[in-house]
Ligand binder design. Structure first.
Ligand SMILES: O=C(O)c1ccccc1NCC(=O)[C@H](O)[C@H](O)COP(=O)(O)O
Length: 254
């Protein structure tokens, strides 16, 4: 099961990290940017060189160049993979991109230990992802509190009603993502967003993540109630990122 392998690798990687907090602070407001989207729905554009489901997506990837293209295309924020082993990301990507792009950045990685929160701030992240499938509810609540205390925004990700119920029993996130991808089988289905959207508390922003490739996909998750979309592969593969986003939103009214 790939998720178990990823978590085991993260446990190895975090063993050597420090608990000491620096005076570094996130410097851009991720949640505010999502609340004032350029298009009808907020766009989290993901910089992802490779993945377990697709292998290498873009061979010679220039993170800053892609970040600039996403910004020019009207993305509201960025998601940047920093995991090296399974996604060919890197810890230096966030600062590299932020030197050339003004958008807030979510560190896309598998956060399982509080030492990764300080690590994320030092990497230049403005937000982090907490994945319900990778954490016990009490672990997620603890990491969520630590991240908020450090000034980070947090995207809490679920893939089922049960995971959503567990998350809401321990915290009320401002940002909730439904991953349409099963992280073990890699199968994606937008029905996950459609099933879970009605259960999201009022006042929580809903982000539909993964498997968004066509205007019909965007129309479907928007109609289901998503406030934003996290899009990786479709944008990474697009020659013209602005044209791709305009095409994807061509089926959304307003
Ligand atoms: O993308 C994968 O293959 C993957 C496998 C196992 C765990 C996580 C994985 N992806 C992380 C993501 O959630 C996606 O990168 C993100 O939602 C964008 O998805 P897409 O638009 O389908 O590239």
């Amino acid at each position: 099961m790939i998720l178990e392998q990823i978590i085991a690798k993260k446990q190895e990687e975090t063993a050597g990290l420090s608990f000491i907090e620096s005076d570094a602070r996130p410097d851009r407001n991720f949640l505010d940017a999502l609340r004032k989207p350029v298009r009808q729905k907020a766009v989290i554009a993901e910089i992802k060189k490779a993945s377990p489901s697709k292998g290498v997506i873009v061979e010679n990837m220039n993170p800053a160049g892609i970040g600039r293209a996403y910004e020019n295309a009207g993305a509201d924020v960025l998601s940047i993979l920093t995991d090296e082993t399974f996604f060919k990301g890197h810890s230096r990507f966030i600062k590299e991109v932020k030197q050339h792009v003004n958008l807030p950045v979510l560190r896309k990685d598998f956060i399982i230990d509080e030492r990764q929160i300080e690590e994320s701030v030092l990497m230049g992240a403005d937000a982090i992802l907490l994945i319900a499938a990778a954490l016990k509810p009490e672990e997620l609540a603890y990491l969520h509190e630590k991240a908020v205390q450090r000034g980070l925004d947090v995207l809490v990700e679920v893939h089922s009603e049960t995971e959503l119920r567990d998350v809401l029993s321990v915290c009320t996130p401002h940002l909730l993502g439904v991953n349409n991808r099963d992280l073990n089988t890699f199968r994606t289905c937008l029905s996950f967003t459609e099933k879970i959207a009605p259960l999201i508390p009022k006042g929580t922003m809903l982000i539909s993540e993964s498997g968004i490739h066509t205007p019909e996909d965007v129309r479907r998750v928007a109609a289901a109630g998503a406030d934003g979309l996290l899009i990786g592969e479709a944008l990474m593969l697009a020659e013209d990122k602005r044209k791709k986003l305009d095409f994807l939103f061509s089926g959304v009214k307003g």
